[in-house]
Write a protein that binds this ligand. Structure first.
Ligand code: NCD
Length: 305
C-alpha cells in the first residue's frame, strides 16, 4: 500500500505522471466523474485549513466518491486523549483513503503505520506539505511550461513554512534550478534542508534579506506568510510579520513573465492591488490544487480512467 508522507517518496517520473494526469482531468473531467463511485475519503484535520481540506473534498466529489471527516481536533476523540494510531485504525474501518493534517511533525507518518488504507500528509507542523508541492509543481508547469531551467525565489518565513520545505525538496531534482532564499535572519531556511537537499543536489543557491535586489533574476517568486502559530512568543511574530510586503513598486524590477505563487492564506505579504497583475498566479494555483489531488487519489487507490 502506498502512502504520501514526504514528496521525496515520489520519483520525478511519478510526479510528472501525476501532472500529466491532472492536465488530462482538466481537459476531460467527464471521463473521471464516476471513477471513485463507492469509495470514501476521510479528511482528518487537527489544524485549521480552507484550501487543503476543501480541495481534497472537492477532488473526491469530482471523482464521484464520498467524503467524511472532521475539521478540528476539538470535535474528535483526540480531545479525549485518543492516539493518532488509534484514530487511524478506526477511520480505516470507514474510509478507503485518509488525508491528515496535524500540528505535530510526523503525526501522518505515525498514522500511516497504523492505518490499513493509504494516508496522505496534508501538512504536519512546520515540516512538510507534499500535496501543496504537487499543486505548486502543476502551477509552475502550467504557467512556465517547464519544471527545469528556473530561478526560484522563496520569500518570507522559510524556517516554519512547510510548503517551502517540500517544494525545495521536489524542485531540486530538476535540471538547472537556482534557488534564492529571501527572509529575515530569524526565519532562514533550516540548515538541514540546505545540507540534505540543496548542497546534496549541487543546487546553486543564495541567501539574502533584500527582495528588491534579487527581483530581476527571478522566474518564479514564491511568497509565504509568517507562520504565527509556530512562534514561541507573540512579540517576535509582531516584529517579523511585515518583513516583506509585495507591492506594485517592488515588482517594477521583475521580469514581465515572472510567476508569483503563494500557497495562501495571504495575510498582508502581497498587496491586493497585485491580484489583477497577469503574473499573479495564486488563485489559479488554488484551482490546480483540486485537479492534482484528484490525480493523487486515483494513483493511491490504484484506479485508472
Ligand atoms: C499552507 C499550509 O497550511 O502550510 N496553506 C495551504 O495548505 N495552502 C501555507 C500557510 O498556512 O501559510
Amino acid at each position: 500500500m502506498e502512502h504520501l508522507i514526504d514528496i521525496a517518496q515520489l520519483s520525478t517520473d511519478e510526479v510528472d505522471a501525476l501532472i500529466r494526469k491532472a492536465e488530462d482531468i482538466i481537459a476531460n473531467p467527464a471521463k473521471y466523474a464516476d471513477i471513485c463511485r463507492g469509495k470514501t475519503l476521510a479528511t482528518l484535520f487537527f489544524e485549521p485549513s480552507t484550501r487543503t481540506r476543501l480541495s481534497f473534498e472537492a477532488a473526491m466529489y469530482g471523482l464521484g466518491g464520498n467524503v467524511l471527516g472532521f475539521s478540528e481536533a476539538q470535535s474528535s476523540s483526540a480531545s479525549k486523549g485518543e492516539s493518532v494510531s488509534d484514530t487511524a485504525k478506526t477511520v480505516s474501518c470507514y474510509a478507503d483513503i485518509i488525508a491528515m493534517r496535524h500540528p505535530k511533525e510526523g503525526a501522518p507518518l505515525v498514522a500511516s503505520m497504523a492505518a490499513s488504507v493509504p494516508v496522505i500528509n496534508a501538512g504536519d507542523g512546520g515540516h512538510n506539505h507534499p500535496t501543496q508541492t504537487l499543486t505548486d509543481l502543476l502551477t509552475i508547469h502550467k504557467e512556465k511550461g517547464r519544471l527545469d531551467n528556473l530561478t526560484i525565489g522563496f520569500c518570507g518565513d522559510l524556517k516554519f513554512g512547510r510548503t517551502v520545505h517540500s517544494l525545495i525538496t521536489a524542485i531540486s531534482r530538476y535540471k538547472n534550478i537556482r534557488v534564492v532564499l529571501i527572509s529575515p535572519d530569524e526565519l532562514k531556511l533550516p540548515s538541514y534542508i540546505k545540507k540534505d537537499v540543496l548542497q546534496k543536489n549541487n543546487i546553486e543557491y543564495a541567501q539574502t534579506t533584500d527582495l528588491e535586489a534579487v527581483m530581476p533574476e527571478l522566474d518564479i517568486l514564491y511568497m509565504t506568510r509568517v507562520q504565527r502559530e509556530r512562534f514561541f512568543n507573540e512579540e517576535d511574530y509582531l516584529r517579523l510579520k511585515d518583513s516583506y510586503i509585495l507591492t506594485k513598486e517592488k515588482l517594477s524590477g521583475a521580469k514581465s513573465d515572472m510567476a508569483i505563487l503563494h500557497p495562501l492564506p495571504r495575510v498582508n505579504e502581497i498587496s491586493v492591488a497585485i491580484d489583477e497583475d497577469p503574473r499573479a498566479c495564486y488563485f489559479r494555483q488554488v484551482l490546480y490544487g483540486k485537479f492534482i489531488r484528484m490525480a493523487l487519489i486515483l494513483k493511491l487507490l490504484g484506479l485508472e480512467a
